[in-house]
Design a protein around this ligand. Structure first.
Ligand SMILES: Nc1nc2c([nH]c(=O)n2[C@H]2C[C@H](O)[C@@H](COP(=O)(O)OP(=O)(O)OP(=O)(O)O)O2)c(=O)[nH]1
Length: 180
């Protein structure tokens, strides 16, 4: 079983040039990446990837976001937003921790792995993402929490991103342990 993370940096678009904007405005843009290699290549996603040994999910999300798009994040500023379990042919394939943050340093920059893009929450390109994302990502981007199980079926040795998405269970408004 693979343990992985996703991180969704968010900002309020109106804090830029709108003089009526306040810093308290709800974040309405999310930093997505166009993934340039590996699992989900060519699709949009949040920065993220697999845990390295002895790393916590928070440390992994911070490291992957720095490596992929160059943003600096304090692990304590990550808000746990979800836990997603991906099953392939009935077996647990990946357990993914989802984080959200509005606190980060620097400007996103492209890397060999990712091309970053700020996207208004209402324009997230779900038709160019993993098929299950439209079921849970809107809730995460609204500031809520999710726990879900997503079942994929594949023939032979097909990787997860070529498997067929068959069904799911999803719970919203869940609580996570402090420090998760
Ligand atoms: N949004 C979304 N992300 C997913 C789904 N399934 C899934 O594995 N992911 C994420 C979890 C990880 O962040 C990422 C896959 O890990 P990765 O980026 O390290 O994969 P990779 O094959 O490129 O690995 P690497 O060689 O670069 O280490 O994709 C899904 O259904 N939706």
């Amino acid at each position: 079983m693979i343990e992985a993370t996703l991180c969704f940096p968010m900002r309020s678009r109106s804090n830029g040039d709108d003089p009526t904007a306040s810093a308290d405005d709800a974040p309405d843009e999310v930093l997505l990446i166009e993934k340039r290699r590996g699992l989900g290549e060519g699709w949009y996603n949040g920065p993220g990837g697999k845990l390295e040994s002895a790393e916590t999910p928070r440390e992994c999300a911070v490291r992957e976001t720095r490596e992929e798009v160059g943003l600096g994040i304090d692990p304590a500023d990550l808000e746990k937003a979800g836990e997603l379990r991906f099953l392939l042919n009935g077996e647990e394939h990946t357990f993914c921790h989802v984080f959200r943050t509005t606190e980060f340093d620097g400007e996103p920059a492209a890397s060999a792995e990712a091309r970053p893009e700020w996207v208004p929450v209402e324009d997230v390109p779900y038709d160019q993402m993993w098929e299950d994302d439209r079921l849970w990502l809107p809730t995460v981007l609204e500031g809520e929490t999710v726990r879900g199980e997503f079942r994929f079926e594949a023939e032979g040795d097909e990787p997860l991103d070529e498997a067929e998405f068959v069904d799911h269970d999803l719970e919203t408004g869940v609580s996570f342990e402090a420090g998760d």
